[in-house]
Design a protein around this ligand. Structure first.
Ligand code: NAD
Length: 503
């Protein structure tokens, strides 16, 4: 039996219960049918139906928001050490079911097991990290004035909505939900309609770990219906959103009437800038990893390669050889490096750029083709002879597709790096320290790595500028979003109070 056969057999066991019962909404600790019946989720590997999923409506969101509202007071007031203990048990539950989570995620999203086998563990790490911050999350400052002892404290904002996308959905959900629960908020989660499996596993694990009913509620359904209702609900105080930039704009509009606080983590068209003095072997490894891992369906992917013209030819030749060698295949095969894209719609979008590239005058130097007649497989693709004003350099393709653009001077590189609507990440490769300092100072991006691929460190701020988002996750920044600052001033004596209407 090969490792692939073994994974397929295990997956069949894990999917059986989904096939039998489908995926219900989970509201107030109960399974609840969707107001509009069910929709079906299919696998991008072979386009077969995985299971029925509750089709949630505005009424379902209302029920979930009320459940989160009712559960809020007790969860907020639970001693921090008890909340911490529950979150650590959630992390342990995730670790115990890591294989189930990984295999279901691969089948539901097409992501390769090679990367998803670690996604569950990263999810557990998110719970552990924020569990460790629970006890001090409410701490504040003492700001003494001449007449008052002023103190600040932080309190959880209330029930919040979490809306997540289909790329690495388990990891991204835990990234949002763990700090929200740690802060003392209750949550209504609306997972992406294309990838509902692991959101169900997460709420099960959380409840088994002792999370009280109603503290985490999951409502499945579509963005314009369930998602919209969540943004508009008056009992939901904030929306943590991860998804496309244009959806982020809708989230803001939909939340306007209820004055919603929004945290938006949106798209990117991130540059990797390679100067000729860099360690070119490491730059090559990192550039390839950051665009072709996770099927290129990654907000932080380095989808624009800006390469110095003095080394371009050699660097691109090595790149082409490596890209042509990337193993595309069944996502449950541990050797697979790139699996199928999430859906027929996304497959059509990504492959449309093959023609757009040549129409605009670029060259397809590798890939540019689909693979097989079932599932949404594409060959890892590299466009060369491109300029920064082409659509392939400006639009988020969100697939295993890299656009290579030459530059001659540092000024050129900086201008092109910043000449985009987005500003999520940037990657700079140079051994000139002064240049690295000068260059990163001027780059318009929320996160920059120098001589490194994206290595996430949970205490650091994660988020983008421009069309890539508003707000930051990570460390204390997460608590700033899920909590309100409160100031209380205590008079320390009999200071003069201005008298009105007195004789
Ligand atoms: P999407 O915006 O289409 O959907 C994301 C979620 O929003 C889904 O749950 C969807 O149902 C919901 N939604 C859609 N319309 C809505 C509406 N009107 N109101 C409320 N909810 C609505 O994004 P996607 O295609 O699922 O994900 C891919 C995108 O996510 C890419 O642009 C990618 O860059 C971005 N992303 C960003 C980050 C980041 O941290 N910056 C991380 C991962 C993905």
């Amino acid at each position: 039996m090969t490792a692939l056969d073994d994974n397929i057999a295990k997956l069949a066991g894990f999917l059986e219960r989904f096939r039998e019962t489908g995926i219900h909404n989970r509201i107030g600790g109960q399974d609840v049918a969707g107001g509009k019946g069910v929709f079906q989720t299919t696998s991008p590997v072979d386009e077969t139906v995985i299971c029925d999923v509750a089709h949630g409506t505005a009424d379902d969101i209302d029920r979930a928001a009320n459940a989160a509202h009712d559960a809020f007071g007790a969860w907020r007031d639970l001693p921090a050490t008890e909340r911490r203990a529950i979150l650590i048990r959630v992390a342990e539950g995730i670790e115990a079911r890591a294989e189930e989570i990984a295999l279901c995620e691969c089948w539901d999203t097409g992501q390769a097991f090679k990367f998803m086998s670690k996604a569950a563990l990263r999810g557990a790490e998110n719970f552990r990290y924020f569990a460790d911050q629970v006890v001090q999350a409410r701490d504040g400052q003492h700001l003494k004035s001449p007449t008052l002892m002023n103190i600040t404290t932080r309190v959880p904002i209330g029930p919040v909505g979490v809306i997540t996308p289909w790329n690495t959905p388990f990891m991204l959900s835990t990234w949002k939900i763990a700090p929200a629960l740690a802060a003392g908020c209750t949550v209504v989660h609306k997972p992406a309609e294309a990838s509902p499996l692991t959101a169900r596993l997460l709420v099960e694990i959380a409840e088994e770990a002792g999370l009280p009913p109603g503290v985490l509620n999951t409502v499945n359904g579509f963005g314009e219906e369930a998602g919209r209702a969540l943004c508009e609900h008056p009992k939901i105080k904030a929306i943590a959103f991860v998804g496309e930039s244009r959806t982020g704009s809708l989230i803001t509009k939909q939340g306007a009437d209820t004055l919603k606080r929004n945290h938006l983590e949106l798209g990117g068209k991130n540059p990797v800038i390679v100067f000729d003095d860099a360690d070119l072997d490491r730059a090559l490894d990192a550039a390839i990893f950051m665009i072709y891992s996770i099927n290129g369906e990654r907000c932080t992917s380095s989808s624009r390669l800006l390469v110095q013209d003095t080394i371009r030819e050699d660097f691109e030749a090595k790149l082409i050889a490596r890209v042509n060698n990337i193993k595309v295949g069944h996502p449950l095969d541990p050797a697979t490096e790139v699996g199928p894209l999430i859906s027929a719609e996304h497959f059509a979008k990504v492959t449309s750029y093959f023609d757009i590239a040549t129409q605009d005058g670029a060259t397809v130097a590798a890939g540019g083709e689909t693979l097989g007649d079932k599932g949404y497989f594409v060959r890892p693709t590299l466009f060369t002879q491109a300029t920064n004003d082409m659509r392939i350099a400006q639009e988020e393709i969100f697939g295993p597709v890299l656009t290579s653009i030459p530059f001659s001077t540092e000024d050129d590189a900086l201008r092109m790096a910043n000449d985009t609507a987005y500003g999520l990440t940037a990657y700079v490769w140079t051994n000139d320290l002064t240049r690295a300092l000068r260059f990163t100072d001027k780059l318009e991006a929320g996160m920059i790595w120098v001589n490194s691929e994206n290595v996430r460190h949970l205490p650091t701020p994660f988020g983008g500028v421009k069309a890539s988002g508003i707000g930051r996750d990570g460390g204390d920044w997460s608590f700033d979003f899920y909590m309100e600052q409160k100031h209380v001033g205590f008079a320390t004596g009999q200071h003069k109070i201005t008298k009105l209407g007195a004789i």
